[in-house]
Structures are given as C-alpha cells and as structure tokens.
Design a protein around this ligand. Structure first.
Ligand code: PAF
Length: 280
C-alpha cells in the first residue's frame, strides 16, 4: 500500500493506473461502515484509492473540528489489511493553500435538513469532494446511505458540473443495537452510547407504522418524537419525512420517503435515516 501526501504524487500514481479506479473519500477514524465501502470498491474496480482528510470548512466550529476523532496509524493498519492500493493523506495546506478562495455550492438541496442546522456544511463538502474528484479522477466514488443528504448533494453536483464519475451508494452498516456506524460514535461516553440506540428505535417505529399501513407523515413523526423523548439524554434537532430525491415535504407517503433525524446526545450530534417505499 502506497501512502502519498502530495497532489503531484497521487496524480503520478493515477496516471500509471490501467483499468477502473474506485475512490472512497473519508475523514479517517475508520470503522466497518468505511470498510464496507472499501470492499464494494474492491469488488467493482481494478484499483482502489482512499483519501483521509479532516476537512475543516465542513465543520460548524473550530471546537467541533478540533475534537473530531483522529487515529491515522490505526486507519492505515485497517486499510493495509484490506489490501488497498493507494491512500492519499494530504496536509491542510496542500488542499487549501494560502489565498484559496473558490467554493462549490449546490443550492436548494443543501438548504434542507442538515443545511438548516449546519449552514455552510454542504458547501464545505461539495468543495472538497470536487477537489478530490479533480485530483484523483476516479471511475466510481463510494458513499454511505447513512449520509443520505450528502449523497444527494454530491450526485446533483456531479450531474450539474458534468463530472465524469459514477456515484455508488452503500447501505448503512449498524451496530448490534441498530446504531448507525459513524466516526462520531467514538465521542460518546458509555451512558451516551447506550442512549444512542434510541435513534434506530425511533426509525423502527416509523417503519413498523408504515408497514401497518400508516401513510400520514405527521402521525409517524409524532410517534417518533414520543419515542425519542423517552431517552432523557436526547435533545431532538429535527425529525423529518421528505421525498427521497428532492427532500421536499411529504405529508402523505405515496412515494419513496426519506425518514431522517438529527439529535444531540450530550455534546455529540448524531444523524440517521431510513427509506420507506410505497406499497407495491
Ligand atoms: O462523509 C465524509 O466523511 C465527508 O463528508 C467527506 C465525503 C469525506 C468529505 O470530507
């Protein structure tokens, strides 16, 4: 496995690759969810490149950026075990040199859900992903369904800017109690970690009601909120049921719906989602 830190070096490696390139952009603190993306890329592509870069512009505050979990040594060991070909680990000044002043903004879809809670977040994501796509020139790029809105923002950006990369979405990987795998789970203490299983329980309430025939979003949303309120450590940021492709309000579930939620447990912000499909 080759670990490279400059744009010139990764471009040199890229030029030498025959066949397809699968790319997984990450911010490190790798977990099985990332490894599921890596394994899917290994199934589809000749060569796999992973990037590790904690992208400051997508964080809400300096404090949130500073405490994001980092363990490069462990990340590289995990990737070595997966027999990854190249890992791109640029320092901040390689990506954002002095005077950097160009930003990518995907308008409407970035403003919903997470965008309301975290203005500027998706501009940071779209900018770094555009840069990484330009640098790596992948055939396919892999993202987790756990960050459903991120997938929509990046897919829209790729379409609108004619970026020649196929976006592959991999289902959310969950812990035994249903908690979606996320690097931020490492920030939870033992009691908070236990409380965090309520997110998936609330999503399960939605799925069960829908399976029993409820199509009224308000009814499902209220039941989810009641479920979340059973856990005293949880502060709800939002619980939304929207169209899965445009994130428009969906009062009656008559097509594929994205049920998403964001909560705080202590000082840790967690998100999760499921899709509900209309009856056949
Ligand atoms: O999903 C993430 O880890 C990040 O948002 C990404 C796509 C690596 C961009 O920094």
């Amino acid at each position: 496995m080759d670990v490279v830190s400059t744009i010139t070096a990764i471009r040199d490696k890229r030029r030498g690759i025959m066949g397809s390139v699968g790319f997984i952009p990450t911010m490190g603190a790798l977990h099985d969810g990332h490894l599921a993306l890596v394994r899917e890329a290994k199934r589809n592509d000749t060569v796999v490149i992973v990037s590790i870069f904690v992208n400051q512009p997508q964080f809400d505050s300096q404090q949130d950026f500073a405490r994001y979990p980092r363990d490069l040594k462990r990340d590289l060991e995990l990737l070595e075990r997966e027999k990854i070909d190249f890992v791109f680990v640029p320092p901040c000044e390689e990506i954002y040199p002095a005077g950097f002043n160009t930003w990518v903004e995907v308008k409407q879809i970035s403003k919903e859900l997470e965008g309301r809670a975290r203005p500027g977040h998706f501009c940071g994501v779209a900018t770094i992903v555009t840069k990484l796509f330009n640098i790596i020139q992948p055939t396919r790029a892999y993202f987790g369904q756990k960050d459903a809105q991120q997938v929509l923002v990046i897919s829209k950006m790729v379409t609108d800017l004619n970026i020649d990369v196929e976006i592959i979405v991999v289902p959310t990987l969950r812990e035994a109690d249903g908690l979606a795998m996320s690097s931020r789970n490492l920030l939870l203490n033992a009691r908070e970690r236990q409380a965090a299983s309520i997110l998936y329980r609330a999503l399960t309430v939605a799925r069960q009601m829908h399976n029993r025939g409820t199509v009224d979003s308000a009814e499902i949303r209220n039941a989810m909120i009641s479920c979340l309120k059973q856990e005293p450590l949880v502060t709800i940021e939002y619980v939304e049921i929207t169209t899965a492709d445009t994130l428009d309000e969906l009062p009656i579930i008559d097509r594929t719906a994205l049920v998403s939620l964001a909560v705080r447990i202590g000082s840790v912000r967690l998100i999760d989602n499921i899709l509900l499909y209309p009856p056949k």
